[in-house]
Design a protein around this ligand. Structure first.
Ligand SMILES: Cc1cc2nc3c(=O)[nH]c(=O)nc-3n(C[C@H](O)[C@H](O)[C@H](O)COP(=O)(O)O)c2cc1C
Length: 189
């Protein structure tokens, strides 16, 4: 069985985030041999090209954290039919300095939850377009549209609906297979 370390980014800094609960659920459901670790974004300042010559330590740490993992799951809310600004800001840091994009060749999956019927689908389409531009191999199926209902996830990340838990297990397995496929392929210099 493969040993994998998967980083996850939560695209919400809300203290009551349902997407953080979903992240906790994924942590709990990770298969044996797979470890999920958070890559935090909340302390990143607003990105500016002025930083390109000398990135602040927090941004260096963020990029190093992505470099250190075998794959990344981005777990995000939808804001105004797109991704939240805090997540876009983190992605902008990841893309710079020019030529040193952190997601180049990095297996990546997106998933998110909201109470809405389309469950962050619009945000995820925007996010996948960004990741495609970054040259990140991205999980196509299953798509991670999780509609939250009251009590679906506990604060500790327990999933109270068996079908949802089964879906998340399958989602993690599919992403693990993608990560393993790319682990065998050297990333272009
Ligand atoms: C500025 C803003 C815009 C939002 N836009 C959407 C939206 O386009 N689609 C949607 O399903 N929910 C939208 N919501 C509701 C979020 O899904 C809901 O607040 C959710 O709890 C956010 O995720 P979080 O709890 O992980 O922060 C929006 C919320 C905010 C604050």
């Amino acid at each position: 069985m493969s040993e994998r370390t998967i980083g996850y980014i939560v695209g919400s800094i809300s203290s009551t985030s349902i997407n953080r609960r979903l992240a906790k659920a994924l942590e709990r459901l990770a298969p044996e041999g797979t470890t999920l670790v958070e890559i935090p974004i909340k302390d990143l300042p607003f990105y500016s090209p002025d930083f390109d010559a000398d990135f602040p330590q927090v941004a260096r740490d963020f990029k190093q954290a992505i470099a250190d993992v075998d794959g990344v799951i981005i777990i995000t809310p939808e804001y105004s039919r797109s991704i939240p600004g805090v997540l876009k800001n983190a992605l902008d840091w990841s893309a710079r300095p020019w030529g040193q994009g952190s997601f180049d060749g990095k297996p990546t999956a997106v998933i998110g939850t909201s109470g809405g019927g389309i469950a962050t689908a619009a945000a995820q389409q925007h996010l996948k377009a960004i990741l495609s531009h970054y040259n990140a191999p991205t999980l196509g199926q299953p798509e991670g549209y999780v509609q939250t209902t009251p009590g679906l996830f506990t604060e500790a990340g327990e999933v109270t609906n068996e079908q949802t838990a089964d879906f998340l297990v399958g989602y993690l397995q599919a992403f693990g297979a993608l990560v393993d496929r790319y682990a065998a392929v050297p990333v272009a210099a």
